[in-house]
Design a protein around this ligand. Structure first.
Ligand code: FES
Ligand SMILES: [Fe+2]
Length: 380
């Protein structure tokens, strides 16, 4: 692929395993929103590359994280989410750990483990932190602190506080995309396709005025609203606004945090777009969205005011197709999934090859591939 990444890096299980080991197990992983762990004893588990991590809120209200693995024979301790825990007890032989990670008790200690020094078998700590209303974990306890890791992005995010927003829980979405995770990321950071593939769906933004680039490993992107949309924003916005109409930097901030956590911080919604690789040709995308904290009446009236604008504005990419086809769906996510899956399928052909990439609009893709190539090459 343009001499940077070979086709096999999108299709082979060997390359996928290298990425899991050297990228996803070494990076900060999105674990949830800060409100997911609101009380002492709340916990959640998350897969961070090859390591499963449990994050808890302790009695002091601080977040702590451990490798979710019993020190006896390696069983995973807990699954999913929960609340009110005081102990983490392994279901296999009931070794039991405190919230501080220390081994508190084990069955038949006197007969079976006469010599054991329990203080040697505390849970292994992982790194945890918060940034922009999100909980992050890193399997490596010595990782650079998360606030520092994201600090280059602080000047490239929307001018509002995510903690002030509320989650629209009914908007949680979960997509399985039959494509390699890098195709999903590359599509996300591809400026060149916006005006074409999404001509009928993302046409309220002025793509020709976008500014984007990399801040350390992270990709930042901003684009303003079209003049027509901005000038009528209080009427046309489908939801109550998060930014002021007068704000000079009013627009959509759409970063891709390394390696694969997208944010969509727009004038009316905030979304985390978590890209989770499951196999060389399968990727899960989980989204969670937050909106302004205001009354239902305001939502209903804003939706009613803007209804006719969106009826006219949203168009199918291909009018000959019906709604069941992604290009007839008038849904930008369906349009994106369609192209990612189409390229992945094409890569199976021994005749597959690609042409040149756009000098400006696809420059982020080349830079992203370079980063991946560099990391894998260095650690192989
Ligand atoms: S593996 Fe956990 S108690 Fe045995
Ligand atoms: Fe897209």
């Amino acid at each position: 692929m343009n001499q940077i990444l070979p086709v096999e890096s999108y299709t082979s299980t060997d390359y996928f395993a290298l990425e899991q080991t050297h990228i996803f197990t070494q990076s900060w992983t999105f674990a949830g929103l800060t409100e997911d762990l609101s009380a002492s004893g709340d916990y959640l588990t998350v897969q961070a590359g090859l390591a499963n991590i449990v994050v808890l809120k302790n009695e002091d209200g601080a977040l702590v994280a451990y490798h979710n693995r019993c020190r006896h024979r390696g069983m995973q301790l807990v699954d999913g989410k929960g609340s009110g825990v005081k102990r983490l007890t392994c279901p296999y032989h009931d070794w039991s750990y405190g919230i501080d990670g220390t081994l508190k008790s084990l069955p038949k200690q006197k007969q079976e483990f006469r010599q054991i020094d329990k203080s040697c078998y505390s849970l292994q700590k992982a790194a945890v932190g918060t940034w922009r209303g999100m909980i992050w974990v890193n399997p490596n306890i010595d990782a650079e602190p998360v606030q520092q890791w994201f600090s280059p992005m602080n000047q490239h995010i929307a001018p509002y506080n995510v903690d002030d927003l509320v989650e629209a829980t009914s908007d949680r979405e979960n997509f399985i995309i039959h494509a390699n995770w890098k195709l999903v990321v590359e599509n996300y950071i591809d400026h060149y396709h916006l005006a074409q593939l999404h001509s009928g769906t993302l046409n309220m933004y002025a793509h020709n005025k976008a500014s984007f680039g990399f801040a350390e490993r992270h990709f930042h992107f901003w684009e303003p609203l079209t003049d027509e949309y901005r000038d009528n924003l209080s009427q046309f916005s489908p939801l109550p606004l998060l930014m002021s109409q007068e704000d000079e930097k009013l627009g959509a901030y759409v970063p891709m945090l390394f390696p694969a956590i997208g944010l969509v911080e727009s004038e009316s919604t905030w979304t985390v777009f978590n890209v989770i690789p499951e196999a060389p040709d399968r990727t899960r995308v989980e989204t969670r969205t937050k909106v302004k904290n205001c009354s239902t009446i305001r939502y209903v009236s804003q939706a009613a005011k803007s209804y006719s604008f969106w009826q006219q504005r949203t168009r199918q990419k291909d009018r000959k197709l019906d709604k069941s086809h992604p290009l007839g769906s008038a849904d930008f996510m369906q349009e994106d999934i369609y192209v990612c899956e189409s390229i992945q399928k094409a890569m199976r052909s021994p005749y597959f090859s690609t042409g040149p990439t756009a000098e400006y609009g696809e420059s982020p893709i080349r830079q992203f591939r370079q980063q991946i190539h560099q990391i894998i090459k260095e650690r192989q």
